[in-house]
Design a protein around this ligand. Structure first.
Ligand SMILES: Nc1ncnc2c1ncn2[C@@H]1O[C@H](COP(=O)(O)OP(=O)(O)OP(=O)(O)O)[C@@H](O)[C@H]1O
Length: 245
Protein backbone atom coordinates (compact mmCIF):
# COMPACT_ATOMS: atom_id res chain seq x y z
CA UNK A 1 0.00 0.00 0.00
CA UNK A 2 1.15 3.53 -0.67
CA UNK A 3 0.33 6.66 1.25
CA UNK A 4 0.64 9.55 -1.17
CA UNK A 5 0.71 13.12 0.13
CA UNK A 6 0.55 15.46 -2.86
CA UNK A 7 1.07 19.22 -2.77
CA UNK A 8 -0.73 19.74 0.53
CA UNK A 9 -1.41 23.29 1.57
CA UNK A 10 -3.19 23.23 4.89
CA UNK A 11 -3.49 24.19 8.53
CA UNK A 12 -5.97 25.51 11.02
CA UNK A 13 -7.09 28.88 9.69
CA UNK A 14 -6.71 30.90 6.50
CA UNK A 15 -2.94 31.18 6.97
CA UNK A 16 -1.43 27.87 5.85
CA UNK A 17 0.95 25.97 8.13
CA UNK A 18 1.81 23.42 5.42
CA UNK A 19 3.06 24.89 2.18
CA UNK A 20 3.02 22.42 -0.68
CA UNK A 21 3.98 19.28 1.27
CA UNK A 22 4.50 16.12 -0.83
CA UNK A 23 5.93 12.71 0.04
CA UNK A 24 5.12 9.00 -0.26
CA UNK A 25 5.25 6.13 2.22
CA UNK A 26 5.34 2.73 0.49
CA UNK A 27 4.55 -0.72 1.80
CA UNK A 28 7.29 -2.25 3.90
CA UNK A 29 8.74 1.18 4.70
CA UNK A 30 9.22 2.99 7.99
CA UNK A 31 9.46 6.69 7.18
CA UNK A 32 10.62 9.16 9.82
CA UNK A 33 8.87 12.54 9.82
CA UNK A 34 11.51 14.82 11.27
CA UNK A 35 11.35 18.49 12.21
CA UNK A 36 11.90 21.06 14.94
CA UNK A 37 9.09 22.15 17.26
CA UNK A 38 6.44 23.87 15.15
CA UNK A 39 7.78 22.50 11.84
CA UNK A 40 4.38 21.00 10.98
CA UNK A 41 4.72 17.30 11.85
CA UNK A 42 1.48 17.02 13.86
CA UNK A 43 -0.34 19.22 11.34
CA UNK A 44 0.77 16.85 8.56
CA UNK A 45 -0.43 13.85 10.58
CA UNK A 46 -3.75 15.58 11.35
CA UNK A 47 -4.31 15.99 7.61
CA UNK A 48 -3.45 12.35 6.91
CA UNK A 49 -5.81 10.99 9.57
CA UNK A 50 -8.58 13.31 8.36
CA UNK A 51 -8.82 15.63 11.37
CA UNK A 52 -7.97 18.56 9.11
CA UNK A 53 -9.03 19.12 5.49
CA UNK A 54 -6.36 20.38 3.09
CA UNK A 55 -6.92 23.77 1.45
CA UNK A 56 -5.21 22.32 -1.62
CA UNK A 57 -3.66 19.02 -2.67
CA UNK A 58 -4.60 15.39 -2.20
CA UNK A 59 -3.83 12.61 0.28
CA UNK A 60 -4.56 9.05 -0.80
CA UNK A 61 -4.02 5.48 0.33
CA UNK A 62 -3.64 3.19 -2.68
CA UNK A 63 -5.33 5.83 -4.78
CA UNK A 64 -8.36 6.36 -2.48
CA UNK A 65 -8.68 9.73 -0.76
CA UNK A 66 -10.92 10.54 2.18
CA UNK A 67 -13.14 12.45 -0.26
CA UNK A 68 -13.54 9.35 -2.46
CA UNK A 69 -14.50 6.96 0.35
CA UNK A 70 -14.01 8.12 3.96
CA UNK A 71 -14.86 4.75 5.51
CA UNK A 72 -12.47 2.76 3.31
CA UNK A 73 -9.73 5.36 3.74
CA UNK A 74 -9.97 5.50 7.55
CA UNK A 75 -10.28 1.71 8.00
CA UNK A 76 -6.75 1.35 6.62
CA UNK A 77 -5.14 3.61 9.22
CA UNK A 78 -4.06 2.87 12.78
CA UNK A 79 -2.91 5.97 14.65
CA UNK A 80 -0.92 6.18 17.88
CA UNK A 81 -1.07 9.77 19.14
CA UNK A 82 1.70 11.41 21.13
CA UNK A 83 -0.65 11.90 24.08
CA UNK A 84 -2.72 8.79 24.80
CA UNK A 85 -6.46 9.26 24.31
CA UNK A 86 -8.45 6.74 26.37
CA UNK A 87 -12.03 6.62 27.63
CA UNK A 88 -12.12 7.14 31.42
CA UNK A 89 -15.17 4.91 31.82
CA UNK A 90 -13.86 1.92 29.82
CA UNK A 91 -11.56 -0.80 31.14
CA UNK A 92 -8.51 -1.96 29.19
CA UNK A 93 -10.50 -4.99 28.01
CA UNK A 94 -13.35 -2.73 26.84
CA UNK A 95 -10.87 -0.57 24.89
CA UNK A 96 -9.68 -3.67 23.05
CA UNK A 97 -13.28 -4.80 22.38
CA UNK A 98 -14.11 -1.33 21.09
CA UNK A 99 -11.17 -1.54 18.66
CA UNK A 100 -12.42 -4.93 17.41
CA UNK A 101 -15.88 -3.45 16.79
CA UNK A 102 -14.65 -0.18 15.27
CA UNK A 103 -12.36 -1.94 12.77
CA UNK A 104 -14.71 -4.91 12.21
CA UNK A 105 -11.91 -7.33 13.17
CA UNK A 106 -12.11 -11.10 13.53
CA UNK A 107 -12.33 -11.36 17.31
CA UNK A 108 -10.16 -14.47 17.78
CA UNK A 109 -7.37 -13.22 15.50
CA UNK A 110 -7.43 -9.76 17.08
CA UNK A 111 -7.38 -11.16 20.63
CA UNK A 112 -4.43 -13.41 19.69
CA UNK A 113 -2.46 -10.33 18.60
CA UNK A 114 -3.66 -8.33 21.62
CA UNK A 115 -2.68 -11.07 24.08
CA UNK A 116 0.84 -11.17 22.64
CA UNK A 117 1.17 -7.39 23.05
CA UNK A 118 -0.42 -7.35 26.52
CA UNK A 119 2.07 -9.98 27.53
CA UNK A 120 5.19 -8.16 26.32
CA UNK A 121 3.89 -4.88 27.79
CA UNK A 122 3.10 -6.62 31.11
CA UNK A 123 -0.56 -5.53 30.92
CA UNK A 124 -2.03 -9.03 30.70
CA UNK A 125 -3.15 -9.02 34.34
CA UNK A 126 -4.70 -5.53 34.08
CA UNK A 127 -7.60 -6.16 31.69
CA UNK A 128 -10.17 -4.92 34.21
CA UNK A 129 -8.25 -1.73 35.05
CA UNK A 130 -9.49 1.76 34.11
CA UNK A 131 -7.20 4.41 32.52
CA UNK A 132 -7.12 6.40 35.77
CA UNK A 133 -4.99 3.59 37.26
CA UNK A 134 -2.43 3.57 34.45
CA UNK A 135 0.82 5.54 34.24
CA UNK A 136 1.46 7.64 31.10
CA UNK A 137 3.67 4.90 29.64
CA UNK A 138 1.04 2.25 30.40
CA UNK A 139 -1.61 4.38 28.64
CA UNK A 140 0.71 4.64 25.65
CA UNK A 141 1.11 0.86 25.67
CA UNK A 142 -2.70 0.50 25.59
CA UNK A 143 -2.80 2.76 22.50
CA UNK A 144 -0.02 0.72 20.88
CA UNK A 145 -1.87 -2.53 21.63
CA UNK A 146 -5.11 -1.13 20.15
CA UNK A 147 -3.24 -0.03 17.00
CA UNK A 148 -1.21 -3.19 16.42
CA UNK A 149 -4.14 -5.58 16.99
CA UNK A 150 -5.77 -4.15 13.82
CA UNK A 151 -5.08 -5.19 10.24
CA UNK A 152 -4.27 -1.59 9.26
CA UNK A 153 -2.18 -1.02 6.16
CA UNK A 154 -0.82 2.31 7.37
CA UNK A 155 0.45 2.90 10.91
CA UNK A 156 1.00 6.47 12.05
CA UNK A 157 3.02 6.84 15.21
CA UNK A 158 3.39 10.33 16.65
CA UNK A 159 6.52 10.83 18.80
CA UNK A 160 6.56 7.41 20.51
CA UNK A 161 9.82 7.61 22.44
CA UNK A 162 9.23 10.00 25.34
CA UNK A 163 6.75 8.18 27.56
CA UNK A 164 8.07 4.66 26.99
CA UNK A 165 10.82 2.86 28.92
CA UNK A 166 13.73 1.43 26.85
CA UNK A 167 12.29 -2.11 26.85
CA UNK A 168 8.95 -0.83 25.59
CA UNK A 169 10.70 1.21 22.86
CA UNK A 170 12.54 -1.93 21.78
CA UNK A 171 9.27 -3.93 21.77
CA UNK A 172 7.48 -1.22 19.78
CA UNK A 173 10.27 -1.20 17.19
CA UNK A 174 9.98 -5.00 16.90
CA UNK A 175 6.21 -4.67 16.30
CA UNK A 176 6.89 -2.04 13.63
CA UNK A 177 9.35 -4.44 11.95
CA UNK A 178 6.67 -7.15 11.98
CA UNK A 179 3.94 -5.05 10.34
CA UNK A 180 6.47 -3.78 7.79
CA UNK A 181 7.39 -7.35 6.93
CA UNK A 182 3.68 -8.07 6.47
CA UNK A 183 3.48 -5.23 3.92
CA UNK A 184 2.24 -2.29 5.98
CA UNK A 185 3.63 1.23 5.73
CA UNK A 186 4.64 3.17 8.83
CA UNK A 187 5.01 6.92 9.27
CA UNK A 188 6.64 7.96 12.56
CA UNK A 189 7.23 11.51 13.72
CA UNK A 190 10.08 11.97 16.17
CA UNK A 191 12.76 14.24 17.56
CA UNK A 192 14.88 11.27 18.63
CA UNK A 193 17.16 11.35 15.63
CA UNK A 194 19.68 8.68 16.61
CA UNK A 195 16.90 6.09 17.00
CA UNK A 196 15.23 7.32 13.79
CA UNK A 197 18.55 7.04 11.95
CA UNK A 198 18.95 3.44 13.10
CA UNK A 199 15.44 2.20 12.32
CA UNK A 200 13.83 4.33 9.59
CA UNK A 201 14.20 3.37 5.94
CA UNK A 202 13.55 6.91 4.73
CA UNK A 203 13.11 10.38 6.16
CA UNK A 204 11.00 13.44 5.41
CA UNK A 205 12.67 16.53 6.82
CA UNK A 206 10.15 19.28 7.50
CA UNK A 207 10.96 22.88 8.33
CA UNK A 208 8.54 25.77 8.43
CA UNK A 209 5.77 23.69 6.87
CA UNK A 210 7.86 22.63 3.89
CA UNK A 211 9.65 19.43 2.94
CA UNK A 212 13.30 20.47 2.89
CA UNK A 213 14.54 17.04 1.87
CA UNK A 214 13.37 13.46 1.72
CA UNK A 215 14.91 10.10 0.97
CA UNK A 216 17.20 7.50 2.48
CA UNK A 217 20.07 8.53 4.75
CA UNK A 218 22.49 8.15 1.83
CA UNK A 219 20.30 10.32 -0.38
CA UNK A 220 20.13 12.98 2.34
CA UNK A 221 23.92 12.80 2.78
CA UNK A 222 24.37 13.31 -0.96
CA UNK A 223 22.04 16.33 -0.83
CA UNK A 224 23.96 17.90 2.03
CA UNK A 225 27.39 16.94 0.57
CA UNK A 226 28.48 15.07 3.70
CA UNK A 227 29.48 11.42 3.34
CA UNK A 228 29.58 10.47 7.00
CA UNK A 229 27.05 12.89 8.38
CA UNK A 230 24.54 11.67 10.92
CA UNK A 231 20.84 12.47 10.58
CA UNK A 232 21.38 14.97 13.40
CA UNK A 233 24.15 16.77 11.42
CA UNK A 234 22.02 16.83 8.27
CA UNK A 235 18.96 18.14 10.07
CA UNK A 236 20.84 20.86 11.93
CA UNK A 237 22.49 22.03 8.70
CA UNK A 238 19.11 22.19 6.96
CA UNK A 239 17.48 23.96 9.90
CA UNK A 240 20.27 26.58 9.88
CA UNK A 241 19.88 27.05 6.12
CA UNK A 242 16.19 27.62 6.74
CA UNK A 243 16.90 30.25 9.41
CA UNK A 244 19.14 32.15 7.00
CA UNK A 245 16.57 32.17 4.18
N1 LIG B 1 -4.67 23.91 16.95
C1 LIG B 1 -3.90 24.81 16.33
N2 LIG B 1 -4.42 26.00 15.93
C2 LIG B 1 -3.67 26.92 15.29
N3 LIG B 1 -2.36 26.75 14.99
C3 LIG B 1 -1.79 25.60 15.37
C4 LIG B 1 -2.52 24.57 16.05
N4 LIG B 1 -1.67 23.52 16.29
C5 LIG B 1 -0.48 23.89 15.78
N5 LIG B 1 -0.54 25.13 15.23
C6 LIG B 1 0.55 25.84 14.55
O1 LIG B 1 0.98 25.06 13.45
C7 LIG B 1 2.40 25.14 13.33
C8 LIG B 1 2.95 23.72 13.25
O2 LIG B 1 2.66 23.05 14.47
P1 LIG B 1 2.75 21.46 14.63
O3 LIG B 1 2.04 21.13 15.91
O4 LIG B 1 2.31 20.82 13.38
O5 LIG B 1 4.33 21.29 14.78
P2 LIG B 1 5.18 20.01 15.18
O6 LIG B 1 6.23 19.87 14.12
O7 LIG B 1 4.30 18.84 15.40
O8 LIG B 1 5.86 20.50 16.52
P3 LIG B 1 6.26 19.74 17.89
O9 LIG B 1 7.56 19.06 17.60
O10 LIG B 1 6.44 20.87 18.84
O11 LIG B 1 5.15 18.80 18.26
C9 LIG B 1 2.92 25.95 14.51
O12 LIG B 1 3.19 27.25 14.05
C10 LIG B 1 1.76 25.97 15.47
O13 LIG B 1 1.71 27.19 16.14
Amino acid sequence: MTLRVENIVGGYSQVPVLKDVSFDVNDGELVGLIGLNGAGKSTTINHIIGLLTPFKGRISIDGTSIMDDAEKYKAQIAYIPETPILYDELTLKEHLELTITAYGLNSDAAWAKANHLLNIFRLDNKLEWFPANFSKGMKQKVMITCAFMTDAKLFIVDEPFYGLDPIAVHDLLLEIEKVKAAGAAVLMSTHVLDTAEKYCDKFVLLADGQVKADGTLDELRALSHGENQTLDDIYLALAKENENE
